[in-house]
Write a protein that binds this ligand. Sequence first.
Ligand SMILES: [Zn+2]
Length: 461
Amino acid sequence: MIFRGVIGSLCLALLASSAVGQTVEQRKLAPKNLKIAANEEQPPSDPSERDKTPQAGHGQISQFGELTRLTFDISQTVPVLAYVLADPKRAIVDLPEVNFAPDPLKDKPGPAPRPGQSKAQPNAGTGVIAAYRSGLFAVGKSRIVIDLKDSARISRAVIEKKDDNQGLRLVVELALTDQATFAKEASASLQSMAKAAPDAPKPRAPAADEKPLVVLDPGHGGIDAGAHGANAVLEKDIVFEFAKTLAARLRQEGKYRVLLTRTQDIFVPLGERVRIARNAGADLFLSIHADILSDGSGVSGATIYTMSDRASDAQAARVAEKENMSDTFAGLDSKEDKGGINDILFDLTRRETRRYSQHFSHTLTDYLKDHMRLNKNPQRSAGFQVLKAPDVPSVLLEIGYLSNDKDLTQMRSSEWRDQATASTARAIDSFFSARGPAEPAKKPGPPAKAGRANGVAPVIQ
Ligand SMILES: [Zn+2]
């Protein structure tokens, strides 16, 4: 859930350029609803506009007794909003759009460090900071997520002149605190987030004669890079290319309406991806990812996942756990908004939808096997949050392993991408032609009562 309102114990440094680093004020901000995923292709940003975006360097961590400080050189002052979240313990720093210097981590192969892991990040592991990451979080918003080793409070979040007076720096200072104080501050952050949460948009009722709507969901984006492969290859980029190619192909064929959950390198929460599909009245949802194994260079091929309450096997459970970390990784509350609906009225629909999802999974496997290397056991299931729409057949395709040289070479090749997306498009054709005029039992009646189910406003169809 995107928010922009903070009160009480949140530490807000709202800095005027005339008073750089002089004060740290605490004040309320009016909540603002933010559009977090555009449905149309975004034009490339104007270079002259891009030049105006504040620039920041690499993070530096230092420790002074019980204080741990994370600093970035920054080209100009911006408002800084910092607060803590629990489960896992994190400090979040929200900023307007800032271009951070490329993360040195991107040049190292291996899985992206997840919350609680500290490996490979320069000077991470110092003081209370286990790891941190920075990047675009939403349109016009950047974020720094700091994984904490222990309970800490934000003692300072400010932009100030550097000691040598040569420019400015962003300083985030963390002080060790006790568990009870941390829990109180984290809970205040959550209350503010809940107050500032935008209302769910009303779903659009599809016209009867409209072409089927296929929603393509390129995984990760922005601050959440997904898996890191060799040669600085990032999962978010590989899957975005795949989704764009598939979307272009489907649009060109003219049989479907096509919607992407993200059309640029931007973070989109998992629940929001589900909501985009449901609110648009999607007939099929295809989430696209790429897998990685730290010690599995021999494991290769594409795998097709569907939603199940119990994982089909240990690998499916591992992949679902990894993919479900996306929100936590980007600094969202882990208990918030899973995008699913628990209302009992959806049970029948959900069962029916899962049948269609299974059907598409079989079809996709059949069509992909001629042009794509498939995993030894290519059809699996587990509790993926992004597949939880009760009324939209949903499948998650892991197109290959970034940890396998052959897969990696293939996934970067436009020739392979053309073949693989052509097979996927044929599978989508087959799915819709087999389904015939009978729609899956979607669009059930409204839930019995208004209110929020599992953190999501019920959708009135
Ligand atoms: Zn992924």
